[in-house]
Write a protein that binds this ligand. Structure first.
Ligand SMILES: Cc1cc2nc3c(=O)[nH]c(=O)nc-3n(C[C@H](O)[C@H](O)[C@H](O)COP(=O)(O)OP(=O)(O)OC[C@H]3O[C@@H](n4cnc5c(N)ncnc54)[C@H](O)[C@@H]3O)c2cc1C
Length: 352
């Protein structure tokens, strides 16, 4: 079988499809249309075939499903074997394979890349297709014009620059993509696609690692990534107790989540599950309120795609005002009660 589609490796946790899968399909669709190909998704797990139709309605053309009881818990080698099983079925390597820059994606993607002896760009925030002309005096065999290759773009140097990373000599071209950065397509229930079940034959060496017990960290239930409203605070709060005020403001919104800058986390005022930014979560809410946050580049990269940003800071020169849609130069302790009163009065989709 030949399949030259852009590939997304779906991610599920305990049988639940993760949002990153749909974000990746959205990104893959854009790449695929530039290449004139389709989108294939590899779905791996135990009793997960019921998700195939949803994956198609979210933009996939073909779903290869490896549904096996041995995949009930994620382990690197069993999941790697499942991916290889699909690659064997389709014979030719796909042009591009995408995975989430999640705990699983960061573990699995390099294993697959090293097995396929190809490159992999981690943690991308933009993906594109373009040409590249390589001139090399030292290695003329590598020179040439490479058409329609993957531009894997990611921040570098403390997020102050963007690097465009290309791997024209090896296939497939692989990348992991940050959660919350790419946009999922709207669901289209009229879409049709093909589902191909793929059997997998494990080898003894795939079971070198065994999951004995899974203990879930309940603090990670803070769902910043899917939140429509995030009220974040930083060092300007001055004390841990300040977060009570933030929680109080959040409580008047339906499903609002409290976020934080790294400084607030480092001071021990709130757990790292709430951190937004380069080393925290990348978020895309409809409304992001930043209280006492200066707006350092490492914070900005995590929240700059919010639809509306409101910043409260007593320093008129704080960098956050350069990218906030609305700025209030004032002491947050005076402003938050007023904001709360005003938001209560408003009746928008966000409010109870
Ligand atoms: C490799 C690396 C990764 C990083 N990752 C992240 C990350 O993921 N997320 C992140 O946030 N940071 C990250 N940082 C840290 C980042 O550089 C900043 O240090 C951090 O974002 C600053 O947090 P802050 O805005 O809360 O604090 P500050 O920069 O100290 O700003 C506090 C702000 O509060 C204002 N303020 C003070 N009192 C009040 C008041 N009463 N009312 C209103 N405003 C007031 C001040 O004017 C100031 O602008 C990272 C840094 C590095 C080097």
């Amino acid at each position: 079988m030949s399949d030259s589609n852009v590939v997304v490796i779906a991610e599920q946790l305990q049988g639940q499809l993760q949002g990153i899968t749909f974000e990746l399909i959205g990104a893959a669709r854009a790449l695929a249309s530039k290449l004139g190909v389709g989108v294939s998704v590899y779905l791996l797990g135990d009793t997960i075939s019921g998700h195939c139709q949803k994956i198609i309605t979210m933009g996939a053309d073909i779903v290869y499903v490896v549904d096996d009881p041995q995949l009930s818990e994620y382990t690197t080698l069993t999941y790697r074997r499942a991916v290889l099983a699909v690659l064997e079925v389709i014979c030719d390597p796909p042009p591009i394979i995408l995975m989430g820059a999640t705990t699983i994606g960061r573990d699995l993607a390099p294993r697959i890349a090293s097995y396929l002896e190809t490159g992999m760009t981690a943690d991308t925030t933009e993906l594109d297709i373009g040409d590249y002309e390589h001139t090399s005096k030292t290695d003329p065999a590598k020179a040439g014009l490479f058409k329609n290759i993957l531009y894997a773009i990611r921040p570098t140097f403390g997020e102050s620059l963007k690097a465009r990373i290309l791997g024209p000599w090896k296939h497939p071209q692989m990348a992991t993509t940050r959660v919350g950065v790419m946009q999922a397509l709207p669901e289209d229930t009229s879409r049709t696609g093909i589902v191909i079940p793929v059997p997998v034959i494990f080898q003894e060496s795939d079971f070198r690692t065994k999951v004995i017990r899974t203990v879930r960290d309940m603090s990670t239930t803070v769902n910043l990534v899917d939140a429509k409203v995030i009220i974040s605070a930083g060092a300007g709060l001055a004390t841990a107790e300040g977060f009570r005020l933030v929680e109080d403001l959040a409580s008047i919104f339906k499903d609002a989540v409290v976020g934080a800058s790294r400084k607030a986390v480092d001071k021990g005022w709130i757990s790292s599950a709430h951190q937004v930014g380069q080393t925290g979560k990348t978020v895309r809410p409809d409304l992001y309120i930043a209280l006492g946050i200066s707006g350092a580049i490492q914070h900005r990269v995590g929240m700059q795609n919010a639809r509306t940003i409101i910043a409260v800071n007593k320093d008129p020169d704080a960098p956050i005002f350069k990218y906030a849609h609305y700025g209030i130069v004032a002491d947050l302790y005076q402003v938050v009660p007023l904001l709360k009163k005003e938001f209560r009065r408003m009746t928008t989709d966000y409010l109870h």
